[in-house]
Design a binder for this molecule. Structure first.
Ligand code: SF4
Length: 164
């Protein structure tokens, strides 16, 4: 099961370049980032995120062109199912902010944007040049062939606190 925190759901302009993004905070984070900005997201809080909930959220926010999972939770198989559902059912991009150093190749089959890397205070968040985090745009060439375009530098004139 994937759970999200309804009260934190919002439309954002800064997390994914050139996108109007519906950002959904995922709880039950398994990360151990030093200086975690949201320790409560490690707890079992919020409500289940289901295809029906996704339909409702996107229906209420007509005009967004990206759905962002802020975190992975603790059920990667279900996360991939939900991301695939968004791709299939809605004409929006699908994005993930992961706190892991890397994700499995299967993630690049369903997500259009993937941020990887734990938040490390000494290196700073995604919007500073010293960051260890990377934001990739997934470029598809047909079939399962993908190319990862590192677009991290496009975040570095922004004020985003991308520490998740
Ligand atoms: S991924 Fe985000 S919520 Fe999880 S430990 Fe790291 S900073 Fe905290």
């Amino acid at each position: 099961m994937i759970k999200y925190v309804p009260q934190m759901t919002s439309v954002v302009m800064e997390e994914i370049p050139d996108k109007v993004t519906l950002a959904v905070d995922i709880s039950r984070c398994q990360g151990t980032c030093e200086g975690c900005h949201s320790p409560f997201l490690r707890q079992d809080i919020g409500e289940e995120l289901t295809p029906a909930v996704i339909d409702t959220l996107l229906g209420r926010n007509f005009g967004v062109d990206c759905f962002l999972f802020l975190g992975e939770g603790d059920d990667p198989a279900r996360l991939l199912e939900l991301a695939a559902y968004v791709r299939k059912r809605h004409a929006v991009s699908v994005a993930l902010y992961s706190g892991r150093p890397a994700v499995e190749d299967s993630f690049f089959q369903v997500f259009d944007y993937v941020k990887v890397g734990p938040y490390i205070p000494a290196f700073g968040p995604l919007n500073v040049p010293t960051t260890n985090q990377r934001l990739y745009k997934v470029v598809r060439h047909g079939g399962e062939s993908v190319e990862l375009e590192d677009i991290t530098s496009r975040m570095q004139h922004r004020g985003t606190d991308s520490s998740r």
